[in-house]
Design a protein around this ligand. Structure first.
Ligand code: ADP
Ligand code: MG
Length: 682
């Protein structure tokens, strides 16, 4: 008898071969398989008349083959089958590439259903490579068809057949995580119906019901998880931190903290002195000075005899924090160290030993801080920088080290209020709503590529004045011609060096370089050994080189607004007037409007809201990047009403049954979603 953890290879009709293909998608168990939800659907239910086909639109037509199919051999590897189809309203010319067997299966005088993208004009309509089947035996049309996210080697057909087998195998064993009364109260369909219809919708109404139920379930479990994190924290009592003479720290800074920075520090210090574990989000626009807030908290913690850890999402950032903070903190008696993936095994062992012995007070690093083997002697504070890059799970994993350490999460992603409540439902929030004094807004302009000569001249002038420049190229998507980020960046850098700036120092950095190489390039740029840095978005997060005063963004239309805002935040960090030049040849009205937003405001919150409005929250955080466990169907922006319902239902359930004893299926699922394999809570 199968259960949801059964390996897919043992599912009847799946077998070794398909299991191997599925593994590439990360689908290993029966649960993975039935939870591999379609990315979208094609509604192939409605049939149009040929005369009603709109060029550019995808549709079904039922039409009779009015000619015998013809085959022509165009060249090696390219055969065409052509057939003319008619209905009472017009003629459709249908072409198939390399499917010569169709010659024998399409018969003149028979009626077929064609599903594809209509082309041509009002007089002559065409379809290339449509799905085709006899009108009397419809399988691939006449229904709503799921379209799955794929990887090489797995076709839609293999997936949908495997899912079919999976659903059949577990029809009777799907545990319903929603208690019956919740289901009744919120009019949610049965779990079996939901899984069946999310994959193979009977009709659009059934699909809506399925989607609503699954989205509700996700939000419900998610809320339960957040509430449990919070409960656990609130129950925990920790020794309150004592007051510390912070003047010693402030006196060592080269500047005064802004009022907003001070307020955030005070809020965090008050939390840590409260006797309950702190769980605070410090949100501040790029350049608002979050690092010093983190440093102040670390200082406070260390002076209380506890260790502090700061986790950054990239090696570049971790190193930058270390290099910025160690010289400040060491003289104050705070022993600092850096731990990243590029430390040798031996160095890691030594660092781990020093941490366990309590010989390090403040450890900075990447997620190496949470992976195996690292134990702390008396961890008191965990800070994560740029939190949206880390999942709730990772955040929890670090917080799970030691005995209820305080946690501070720093984020530059300005998150609209509604979303903040969901994303950080378990956190208290401080906002740094003020920039350090003397900052001038980055002058931003939008131009087309015809301006390149002028841009280069402008770069030359600024570099002549001692400044440095970033040139950002978008990631190239796979399958695109010459599609390779590395190539885009290295070739552009080489071309600039050769043809435009032979006398200047041009360097490049991209995501596929080894961390060490990246660090070396960044370090050289920070040390002013480079004039122009060509890069992908690896510099997007947090990099701080105040002397860089201009950023050129090529193909700016490829970036989301929030991402552009993060990128632009790399300049304008020093005393000089800074510039951002967005280059785009995309003339579409929508793109122009979107990019114009950048030239009109520097306010990260406004930009984020605009971004959210234009793109929807899925994209806003990037697929799966939001790090929210288990949200696949629910769309946290669009399902706001459903979220409120699910939250209310979760709270009501917890009020009745705080330990979830009455719903073991839900309790188990929450535990699974909120804990990485290596971490346990309780
Ligand atoms: P972010 O919030 O983007 O992480 P950082 O902490 O990197 O910002 O700070 C941006 C820059 O501003 C750094 O060069 C930092 O040294 C400087 N800075 C931070 N706080 C102040 C302040 N109160 N006055 C002047 N400069 C500051
Ligand atoms: Mg930062």
């Amino acid at each position: 008898m199968a259960d949801l953890k059964t390996d897919v290879r043992y599912i009847k009709g799946v077998g070794e071969q398909r299991a191997k293909a599925l593994a590439k998608l990360g689908v290993h168990t029966l649960r993975d398989l039935i939870s591999w939800f379609p990315r979208r659907y094609e509604d192939r239910t409605e049939t149009r008349r040929i005369a009603d086909l709109v060029p550019g639109e995808t549709a079904c037509v039922a039409a009779m083959a009015a000619s015998p199919p013809t085959v022509s051999h165009i060249r090696k590897g390219l055969d065409l089958v052509k057939v003319r189809a008619v209905d009472g309203t017009g003629t459709l010319d249908v072409t198939f590439f390399n499917q010569s067997w169709l010659k024998n299966s399409l018969r003149m005088g028979e009626t077929y259903v064609f599903f594809g993208r209509a082309e041509g004009n009002l007089l002559r309509r065409r379809m290339a490579n449509p799905v085709v089947e006899p009108e009397g035996r419809r399988e691939a049309t006449g229904r709503i068809v799921p379209v799955y996210p794929l990887t090489a080697g797995v076709s839609q057909l293999v997936l949908s057949r495997s899912v079919r087998q999976g659903l059949d195998a577990c029809a009777d064993i799907l545990p319903d995580v929603l208690p019956d009364e919740v289901r009744r109260e919120h009019q949610l369909c049965h779990i079996g119906f939901a899984y069946e219809n999310i994959h193979f919708p009977a009709d659009s109404q059934a699909l809506d019901l399925a989607r609503r139920r699954l989205a509700f379930e996700e939000l419900f479990l998610f809320t339960l998880g957040l509430r449990r994190l919070r409960q656990r924290r609130e129950k925990a009592a920790v020794e309150p931190f004592r007051p510390v003479d912070m003047g010693e720290f402030y006196g060592a800074l080269p500047f005064f903290l802004t009022g907003a920075q001070r307020r955030c520090v005070e809020e965090a210090l008050a939390d840590m002195a409260s006797g309950r574990p702190m769980n605070r989000l410090c949100q501040g626009d790029v350049g608002s000075g979050k690092t010093m807030v983190a440093a102040a908290c670390a200082f406070f913690c260390v002076k209380n005899g506890r260790q502090a850890a700061l986790m950054a999402p990239t090696e570049i950032l971790a190193r930058q924090h270390y290099e910025g903070l160690a010289p400040l903190m060491e003289p104050l008696g705070v022993r600092c160290a850096l731990l990243t993936g590029s430390n040798t095994a031996r160095e890691k062992r030594a660092l781990a030993a020093a941490l366990a012995e309590g010989e390090i007070d403040f450890i900075l690093g990447t997620h190496a801080l949470i992976t195996g083997g690292v134990e702390y002697k008396r961890l008191g504070l965990v800070i994560t920088d740029e939190q949206h890059r880390f999942g709730v799970g990772q955040r929890a994993a670090l917080a799970g080290k030691g005995d209820h350490p305080h946690t501070l999460v720093m984020s530059a992603t300005p998150i609209p209020r509604t979303l903040a409540l969901i994303l950080y439902g378990d956190l208290d929030v401080s906002v740094i709503d003020q920039l350090p004094p003397g900052r001038r807004p980055v002058q931003t302009s939008l131009v087309d590529s015809g301006y390149h000569p002028r841009i280069y001249k402008f770069l030359r002038k600024l570099i002549g004045e001692g400044r440095q420049a970033y040139i950002v190229c978008p990631a190239v998507s796979e399958g695109e011609e010459g599609g390779d980020d590395r190539k885009a960046v290295t070739e552009y850098a080489a071309q600039l060096q050769r043809e435009v700036f032979p006398d200047l120092r041009v360097a490049y950095v991209h995501g596929k370089m080894k961390p060490r190489e990246k660090d070396a390039v960044m370090a050289a740029f920070a040390a002013r050994e480079t004039d122009i840095l060509v890069s992908t978005t690896v510099i997007e997060v947090g990099v701080d080189v105040p002397n860089a005063a201009v950023m050129v963004v090529e193909n700016a239309e490829r970036f989301g607004l929030s991402q552009l805002h993060q990128l632009r935040g790399r300049v304008g960090r020093g005393e000089w007037q800074s510039y951002c030049v967005l280059v785009s040849d995309n003339r579409s009205e929508e793109t122009r409007r979107r990019l114009k937003v950048m030239t009109q405001t520097a306010d990260g919150f406004k930009i984020a809201e605009e971004d959210l409005r234009l793109r929807g929250p899925g994209d806003f955080f990037g697929q799966r990047q939001h790090g929210l466990p288990g949200l696949r169907v629910a769309d946290i922006g669009c399902d706001a009403q459903l979220l409120r319902e699910a939250q209310a239902a979760a709270d009501a359930l917890l009020a009745r049954d705080p330990g979830l004893e009455g719903c073991p299926a839900a309790a188990e699922r929450v535990e699974e979603l909120f804990t990485g394999a290596a971490v346990t809570f309780s």
